[in-house]
Design a protein around this ligand. Structure first.
Ligand SMILES: C[S@@+](CC[C@H](N)C(=O)[O-])C[C@H]1O[C@@H](n2cnc3c(N)ncnc32)[C@H](O)[C@@H]1O
Length: 313
């Protein structure tokens, strides 16, 4: 191909000049839609060796960023195996997910070094769109409040110097906030998505059971489409459409599958089969050649197989 002599940055800017019809549709849809995934903490159970849990959690975090997942829920599916403390793993899971979602320039302030972060070096970065570089001219930046005085707030937003904004918002030193760089104002963490269709990372929470995952949905009116995943589900090849949704939830089990997590769920004792808990119960990898698909693999496979329904239905 003939070289145009343009710098890579100029080429990139040109590509972004005219978004394709597909990209425009996705941006429009992502303003109104959210995607949540729930993963059972027991998926970490058999992982031994330094940094092995960190590596697997990072795979979940990367899958979430790649597919524009807005919420990652860790299900503390109490396993009765001796020596397995599920809440310890759930807390580690949430910590690593939050650490990786946080822009690099804020990590030192927000995550003091601790034993749980000792092996974080094995985790590849998310490189998500809210992880902006110093030289990027962007409409929003994540920041931390460094000083508050008489209606003025100073923020570290990853630039050479802190920026000063006038704000009546009740903010305290050390708080993480989202900043509109044009209007010089503090906005809600969902504003970049809702107003501009930008992917702005995921929020996290730990739930004690699958029923709690669904009951404590942070989005208005709750999840209106839920999908359980299993090799015993309906083949995705038979799925003609997913239907319209605003808040989609996809749930993944641990080594013993979703059936096990549901058996432990005290609020669902009447429910005999997982397919009765979710709107859809899907096998996203029919004809699998390996006897088992690990949860971290299932997350990538399922999000990839379902992606066309996220933005095109
Ligand atoms: C190691 S698998 C669980 C295997 C377990 N023996 C069972 O019978 O379900 C862990 C999780 O990966 C997901 N998974 C595995 N295979 C899948 C498939 N073919 N389609 C969709 N999800 C799958 C499910 O969420 C499952 O709970």
């Amino acid at each position: 191909m003939k070289s145009t002599g343009e710098s890579p940055d100029a080429k990139r800017a040109k590509i972004h000049e005219k978004p394709s019809a597909d990209a425009l549709l996705s941006v429009k849809k992502s303003k109104k839609r959210t995607i949540s995934i729930a993963v059972c903490a027991s998926m970490l159970e058999n992982l031994k060796g330094e940094g092995s849990k960190h590596r697997v959690i990072a795979q979940i975090a990367r899958a979430a960023a790649i597919f524009r997942v807005n919420e990652v829920i860790v299900v503390d599916d109490a396993y009765k195996n001796p020596g397995f403390d599920s809440s310890k793993d759930s807390n580690l899971f949430q910590l690593i997910l939050e650490y990786l979602d946080c822009p690099q320039y804020l990590r030192k302030s927000l995550f003091p070094m601790c034993l749980e972060l000792k092996h974080i070096g094995v985790a590849p970065p998310l490189d998500a769109s809210h992880h902006v570089r110093m030289e990027d001219e962007v409409p929003y930046r994540e920041g931390i409040v460094t000083r508050v005085s008489l209606g003025s707030v100073w923020l570290d937003v990853g630039l050479h110097e802190d920026i000063k904004i006038e704000s009546r918002a009740e903010v305290k030193q050390g708080l993480r906030v989202t900043v509109n760089m044009t209007e010089k104002s503090i906005v809600g963490p969902d504003t970049p998505r809702k107003k501009d269709g930008l992917y702005w990372g995921y929020r996290t929470r730990v739930a004690k059971s699958i029923s709690e995952v669904i009951a404590l949905c942070p989005f208005e009116k709750g999840y209106d489409m839920t999908i359980g995943t299993s090799e015993r589900g309906e083949s995705i090849l038979e799925l003609e459409a997913l239907g319209k949704f605003r808040h989609l939830l996809i749930v993944f089990g641990g080594p013993k599958g979703l059936e096990h997590a549901l058996e432990q769920d005290k609020a669902l004792t009447q429910v005999k089969e997982p397919k009765n808990v979710f709107d859809k119960y899907l096998n996203t990898c029919p004809l699998q050649g390996s006897r088992t698909i690990r949860t971290e693999e299932a997350v990538l496979i399922s999000l990839s197989a379902l992606q066309k329904y996220f933005w095109c239905s």
